[in-house]
Design a protein around this ligand. Structure first.
Ligand SMILES: *Cc1c(COP(=O)(O)O)cnc(C)c1O
Length: 361
């Protein structure tokens, strides 16, 4: 059986580490994408046990899981503008704070709330660079209109989402300035903006002065940020050797026969493949010339020194040989005295996990 084992201790360590750095500023735990693969409910339960009372979702179903499992005293923020009346109604039933990111989305929320004689709680989203949801920071009159002209909308917060916090400090600074300018303009009109927030995990670490009234953290909970921190990775796949397979010199394993044994080899067949997320990475972007160039260089590098997937058996790192299949891979264990049933540890990004049970330990 294959399981993705999540260490409660390591996750707890990360949460406490982040709380220390947040220094009293509330953490809004982002639990989208099935809790970044760790499961909405078990992840949220652990977060709750560590005092987290603010959650961000991108689906009504995630909010439903929380509300139906006793999370009645937490704030839940929907991170997308929603225009569909049915979903809006469901979100209001679940007492979720909505995002309003345009005049149109304000109209949809106003209509849905008026239709049920309700007042929708919302945070406004300002688009400072991501270019998806959010008001143009220069459209102040539209932004002010949400506060003033909608009797079924109560705005309790305002936020933006940086697009380059992981890679471009200067741009992030400019985006923060644009956001701050909106806040100042609203304050000068006597408008209370409530909870202002802008940091995701990267910005949280890099720009403490941007923490404002809340920080939205997802990847950092899992210890997945692109620079050195005290955070720890929280999980790994545990499975077992299904079969041992002897190949003689010249024989191959896997589709396409891309690998051939130079000498007799002993292979362990492990029931983990790309379907489960093994050796799968985020889609590479090749829409700019410079990304294409980078792609060419990394292909040349791969040609000179082929990248190699590995797993761990009996505390030893072992090379995967041949093409990784949908559900299986073959591992060179020559001379290691490995037996069927021996335990195998595999590193997989939880974001890509498919078809593997998540188990907290
Ligand atoms: C996903 C998301 C986050 C969390 O980002 P991380 O980098 O994973 O911390 C924060 N805010 C918004 C709007 C998001 O969509």
């Amino acid at each position: 059986m294959s399981e993705y084992i999540v260490s409660r201790d390591k996750l707890s360590h990360n949460i406490e580490e982040l709380k220390k750095l947040a220094n009293g500023v509330p953490i809004w735990a982002v639990i989208k994408g099935n809790g970044y693969g760790l499961g909405v409910l078990p992840l949220s339960e652990l977060l709750y046990a560590h005092g987290i009372r603010h959650f961000c979702v991108t689906e009504a179903s995630e909010a439903r899981i929380l509300r139906e499992n006793g999370f009645s005293d937490v704030q839940i923020l929907m991170l997308r503008s929603i225009c569909d009346a049915e979903t809006l109604s469901e979100l209001m039933d679940l007492n979720v704070i909505l995002t309003v990111g345009s005049a149109l989305s304000a109209q949809a929320v106003e209509k849905a709330a008026a239709g049920r004689a309700d007042i929708a709680q919302v945070h406004l989203k300002i688009d400072t660079g991501m270019g998806r949801y959010g008001f143009d920071p220069n459209d102040l009159s539209q932004i002010i209109s949400v506060y003033k002209d909608h009797s079924h909308i109560a705005v309790s917060g305002i936020y933006t989402h940086f697009n380059c916090a992981f890679c471009d400090d200067q741009l992030t600074d400019q985006e923060f300035s644009a956001f701050s300018a909106v806040l100042s303009a609203l304050h000068s009109q006597g408008i209370e903006t409530g909870t202002a927030h802008c940091c995701n995990s990267s910005a949280f670490f890099k720009f403490p002065h941007m923490h404002l009234d809340g920080v939205r953290l997802g990847s950092a909970l899992l210890g997945r940020v692109s620079f050195q921190t005290k955070l720890r990775p929280v999980g790994f796949v545990q499975t077992q050797v299904d079969e041992l397979h002897h190949v003689r010199k010249g024989q191959s394993t896997g589709y396409g026969a891309i690998w051939k044994a130079k000498k007799d080899r002993e292979l362990a067949i492990v029931p983990i493949g790309w379907y489960h997320g093994f050796y799968v990475s985020c889609k590479e972007d090749r829409s700019r010339k410079r990304d294409c160039l980078r792609g060419i260089f990394s292909n040349i590098k791969a040609m000179l020194k082929p990248p190699c997937a590995t797993v761990e058996i009996g505390g030893k790192t072992c090379r995967v040989v041949g093409a990784i299949g949908m559900l299986h891979c073959a591992v060179d264990v020559t001379g290691m005295n490995v037996k069927a049933g021996d335990r195998v540890t595999v590193q997989i990004s939880p974001l890509h996990i498919n078809g593997i049970k998540i188990k907290y330990k």
